[in-house]
Design a protein around this ligand. Structure first.
Ligand code: NAD
Length: 464
């Protein structure tokens, strides 16, 4: 396993990245395109090794690792290389006011400079390399600070990324709180942080000292509304799949369900049937079921389940011991306002169900809480869907499925309020790392013709 980056080395990394950015090598589109294709090669050629890192760090099944972490990076890095001109080329603006219509005007999108990307453990590849392809496409240099909870992935990245992309422009910082605290002392031109809101506030405070712009990709409790018009069997299958992926350790995992009271017994029966079909021998003995990342997270989940006033109707067992930390998909009913399971983001395979009488009650329940990263709705009632969309706030809304929104290249992904700010995926990732720069070139003929100062809005000023 690679050693943590020595603290004095972090200063050198920052200095070297700044020197590289000032040299201008990261700016030509051809250079960026090459780096993006190299990033795709890094992910593709090392797919098996990367999946193995995730098995060791998270007990993640290989298929899940390839499908949800490696493939998007290969595909999106290559697509970003294709889209680069469309995103980065200056946009010509035509002026129409009589006093300025001869000016040559454009909006450019130059790189912000040297950026810091801080990623968490739960989807470590995609959450590190997705901001990275955005930064490369933008023409920035970047330092990548990965999570201390995924040592195999972090070491692999530190040891191999430089074989593919230019190490004078892209560097990895390994470490835990002392290393990131030192890293945050330096002036970065943008910080892209993904993780929990408590640390998000620490990052925002450090960024504020340098007025550094920030993207905060945070989490929270993403709810699921299921109304009585939904197909219960299909809904249960899709909710359960969204919840068991990575053992619920996903920012967009369905956190809890608000279900119309009358359908709860059928929903529970469907969960049991699908669980049996997914894991005939039980999840804890399956190698297609991720484990909980650390002892602390495992203890937190056990504690939450121990404090619920609800009734466990599926799962509820766990398996511990040397490197094990398996936690069964667990469905809990009769969960009411004030229950421990409704306090904080669960970030694990526990699925509480809260009974509501109708959509209005579900909307009120949501609006009494922080705005979630994602809101899921299972319904076949167009009016109910419209009502939920019109009367709630969330980073995204996904109707009749879970988790798949992160696979869509064309939509922005990010939070609102407590779930964060800023957006990512494809062009939305690129946009974080550029700024819009208005350029006005007053043609020289005009300068000679009008040697006095240019007064904007003369027609307004002449009004009496
Ligand atoms: P984590 O513990 O790995 O922390 C994330 C990063 O913050 C790591 O690189 C870590 O080193 C750093 N960090 C930790 N303590 C710090 C401190 N005191 N000062 C500065 N940096 C510090 O991951 P996590 O926070 O447990 O991640 C899970 C959270 O992230 C969940 O809330 C989840 O919903 C959220 N998340 C959001 C998204 C998204 O795209 N919106 C994606 C994944 C996870």
């Amino acid at each position: 396993m690679a050693e943590y980056t020595p603290i004095p080395e972090i200063l050198n990394i920052h200095k070297e990245l700044r020197k590289t950015f000032r040299s201008g090598i990261t700016k030509p589109l051809e250079w960026r395109r090459h780096q993006l294709r190299q990033l795709a090669r890094f992910a593709k050629e090392n797919a098996d090794a990367l999946a193995e890192c995730l098995r060791l760090d998270l007990g993640r099944p290989k298929q899940e690792a390839i499908m949800a972490e490696v493939a998007p990076i290969v595909s999106r890095s290559l697509s970003s290389a294709e889209k680069l001109e469309e995103w980065a080329n200056p946009e010509t603006v035509t002026l129409t006011a009589p006093w300025n219509k001869t000016f040559r005007t454009s909006v450019e999108r130059p790189p912000k400079g040297v950026v810091l990307i801080i990623s968490p453990w739960n989807y470590p590849i995609v959450l590190t390399l997705q901001p990275l392809y955005g930064a490369i496409a933008a023409g920035c240099c970047a330092a990548l600070k990965t999570s201390e909870f995924t040592p195999h992935w972090s070491s692999f990245l530190a040891q191999n990324l430089s074989k593919y992309v230019d190490p004078s422009a892209y560097r990895v910082i390994l470490g835990a709180i002392p290393e990131i605290t030192k890293t945050l002392e330096f002036k970065w031109d943008h910080i892209f942080y993904t993780g929990n809101g408590r640390v998000g506030r620490i990052i925002a405070t450090a960024a504020a000292k340098h007025l550094t712009p920030l993207t905060l990709e945070l989490g929270g409790k993403s709810p699921v509304i299921v109304d009585s018009t939904a197909d219960i069997t299909i809904s249960a299958k899709r909710i359960l799949w969204g919840k068991i992926n990575n053992s619920g350790q996903i920012c967009v995992a369905p956190d809890y369900i608000l279900a119309e009271r009358s359908i709860i017994p059928r929903l529970v029966d469907s969960f049991k049937e699908h669980y049996q079909a997914f894991y005939p021998q039980g999840a804890l003995v399956s190698n297609c079921y991720s484990r909980i990342v650390s002892d602390a997270h495992f203890a937190r989940l056990k504690g939450l389940l121990g404090r619920t006033q609800g009734k466990i109707v599926l799962g509820g067992k766990w398996e511990e011991g040397e490197g094990k930390r398996g936690f069964e998909p667990t469905v809990v009913v009769d969960v009411k306002e004030g229950d421990a399971l409704l306090e904080e983001e669960l970030f694990g395979p526990i699925l509480p169900i809260v009974a509501v009488d109708n959509i209005d009650e579900a909307i009120d329940f949501l609006n009494d809480r922080d705005h979630p990263l994602t809101l899921y709705v299972f319904s076949n009632d167009e009016n109910a869907k419209k009502k939920v969309i019109a009367n709630t706030m969330s980073g995204s809304v996904w109707i009749n499925d879970t988790f798949q929104q992160v696979g869509i290249d064309e939509l922005p992904f990010g939070g609102v309020g407590e779930s964060g700010y800023g957006r990512q995926i494809m062009k939305y990732s690129f946009d974080n790392f550029v700024y819009e720069r208005g350029i006005v070139d007053v043609p020289y003929e005009y300068v000679l013709r009008s040697p006095t100062l240019i007064l904007p809005y003369p027609h307004i000023l002449s009004l009496s």
